[in-house]
Design a protein around this ligand. Structure first.
Ligand code: DX5
Ligand code: ZN
Length: 221
C-alpha cells in the first residue's frame, strides 16, 4: 500500500474542457481522479454520469478513476460506472437498501470497493461488511458541494475508523473528502487518513502542480 495518495476532485474543474483539465491535473501529480456523481435526490446538486466517465476513459486517463456515488438508489449506477471504465467505486450506505449486495456488485465488477461515511454517519454501518472494503471514504463536509469548510470533529472520527481498520487486519485505505487544503492535510494524515480528495484547493489555483507539491511536502514533513 503506497503511503499517501492525492485525488483531485474534478467537481471544481472547468467542465467545458474536462479532458484537458484531467490531463493537466495528472501531469501535476494526481494519483487518482476523483469523480463526484450527484443526482439532485440523494444530494441537492446534479453533476455527471457514466457517459462522461466513458468519454474520459476514451480520451485516455492514466490514473485510476475514483467514482464517488452520491445517488439513490445505487446499484444500477455501480454497474453503469463499472462498464464505463471506473476503477474504484464508493457509495453512501443509507442510499441503498442492501448494503452487502451493493458492495458485492462493486467487487464482482472488478473495481475497488468503498463505503462513504457522512460527518454524522455512525461507524456501526461498518459492522459485518468491513472485510469487503478496499477503502473507507470519510466525508469531512456534508456531501453535495465543493468549497465547503472542513468539519473539525472529523479528525476524532478518523482516529476511530483507523482503529477499526487496524482491528480488521485488512489493508483498508482511509480517504478523506471535503475542505482538504495545504494547511490542514498534515493534521488529517496524523489522524489516520492516507488518501486525500481535494477539489477547490487544487482547481481554484492556476498552478495545480504547485498545490499538489505543497500538499506532498506537508505530508512528508
Ligand atoms: C462533495 C464532494 C467532494 C468535493 C470536495 O460532496 O464529494 O469531492 O469536490 O470539494 P472541496 O475539496 O472543494 O471541499
Ligand atoms: Zn467526493
Amino acid at each position: 500500500m503506497s503511503p499517501f495518495l492525492i485525488a483531485p476532485s474534478i467537481l471544481s474543474a472547468n467542465f467545458a474542457c474536462l479532458g484537458n483539465e484531467v490531463d493537466k491535473v495528472i501531469a501535476a501529480g494526481a494519483d487518482l481522479v476523483h469523480f463526484d456523481v450527484m443526482d439532485n435526490h440523494y444530494v441537492p446538486n446534479l453533476t455527471v454520469g457514466p457517459l462522461v466517465c466513458q468519454s474520459l476513459v476514451k480520451h485516455g486517463v492514466s490514473k485510476p478513476i475514483d467514482v464517488h456515488l452520491m445517488v439513490e438508489p445505487v446499484d444500477q449506477m455501480i454497474e453503469d460506472f463499472a462498464a464505463a471504465g471506473a476503477n474504484r467505486i464508493s457509495f453512501h450506505p443509507e442510499a441503498t437498501r442492501h448494503l452487502d449486495r451493493s458492495l458485492q456488485l462493486i467487487i464482482d465488477s472488478g473495481c475497488e470497493a468503498g463505503v462513504v461515511l457522512n460527518p454524522a454517519t455512525p461507524l456501526h454501518c461498518l459492522d459485518y461488511i468491513i472485510n469487503k472494503l478496499d477503502f473507507i471514504l470519510m466525508m469531512s463536509v456534508n456531501p453535495g458541494f465543493g468549497g465547503q469548510q472542513f468539519i473539525p470533529q472529523t479528525l476524532e472520527k478518523i482516529r476511530k475508523v483507523k482503529q477499526r481498520v487496524r482491528d480488521s487486519g485488512k489493508p483498508i485505505r482511509i480517504q478523506i473528502d471535503g475542505g482538504v487544503k495545504v494547511d490542514n492535510i498534515r493534521s488529517i494524515a496524523e489522524a489516520g487518513a492516507d488518501t486525500f480528495v481535494a477539489g477547490s484547493a487544487i482547481f481554484n489555483q492556476p498552478d495545480y502542480k504547485l498545490v499538489i507539491d505543497q500538499m506532498r511536502a506537508e505530508l512528508n514533513k
